[in-house]
Design a protein around this ligand. Structure first.
Ligand SMILES: [Mg+2]
Length: 257
């Protein structure tokens, strides 16, 4: 158990403040699995999220690089704020946001070029996420991954208004609009804080990836941030894996229940 982290969270909640929990999905709530399609939420974790979601003292958000509908379907808990495409789209819990400068049309050319290029690389797969387009290469043989990288680089050069976010065996192409998980968590926290009463709520953010570092940085001095897994990070705390995050969330659910 991450004792120092738990002590800190419980000390803050003992003051009677509300809790804003913002969580990444893959690698944070589910272990990283060979195929992202298989990243299913364990029923016990879903039950804990459900307990947090119904607590009047808590607002729960799940923020993912996945498409909004995908992450919502995987979590399947009512009352949760869901953020897809790295926060470009946010829905649920009374919030609704669609980044005003993002139009699906900006992605059309990149999507077409990625699809055409991927057709000649066995195992490469293009996913259209509405506000982002992704080139998946988990199933591409190691010897052909250079072709994936050069396809991604070529499309990036031809799409100066898109930004590439490298993930786990995936390149996400997102519109370059100065938005990331950091901006998204600040947006969510600002909007939900007032609904939890006059006192400043405790903000908890957990994530396992490079894209979560923007959220850790954005919450510096404003929240408690947790990096799941190893790697350099600006987060306040580290935990080894999904099991520990679940233990923390279970204790939070008890504390606010
Ligand atoms: Mg993740």
């Amino acid at each position: 158990m991450p004792a120092r982290l738990l002590a800190r969270l419980e000390r803050e909640l003992a003051r009677g403040v509300g809790l804003v929990a913002i969580l990444d999905y893959d690698g944070t709530l589910t272990p990283i699995v060979p195929s992202p399609r298989a990243a299913a939420l364990a029923p016990s974790v879903r039950a804990t999220l459900g307990a947090l979601a119904v607590s009047a003292r808590t607002r729960l958000a799940i923020l993912s690089g996945r498409a909004l509908a995908d992450v919502r379907a995987r979590v399947g808990v009512d009352g949760v704020i869901y953020g897809g495409c790295h926060g470009l789209e946010i829905e649920g819990g009374g919030l609704s946001f669609h980044h005003p400068r993002v139009r699906a049309g900006r992605l059309v050319a990149a999507r077409r070029r990625l699809t055409a290029g991927a057709a000649s690389i066995p195992g490469a797969h293009v996913e259209f996420k509405g506000l982002a387009v992704s080139l998946h290469y988990r199933r591409v043989a190691l010897g052909r991954r250079d072709e994936v990288r050069s396809l991604a680089a070529r499309v990036a050069r031809g799409s100066p208004d898109l930004r590439i976010i490298p993930g786990l065996k995936v390149f996400d192409f997102v519109p370059r609009v100065g938005w990331n998980k950091g901006r998204a968590v600040r947006w969510i926290a600002r909007r939900v804080a007032k609904s939890l009463g006059p006192a400043r709520p405790l903000i908890l953010y957990a994530g396992d990836d490079v894209t979560d570092e923007a959220a850790f940085a954005a919450l510096r001095g404003r929240g408690v941030t947790v990096r799941v897994g190893g790697g350099p990070s600006v987060a306040d705390y580290h935990v080894p894996g999904v099991r520990e995050i679940h233990a923390v969330l279970r204790r939070m659910a008890l504390a606010v229940g």
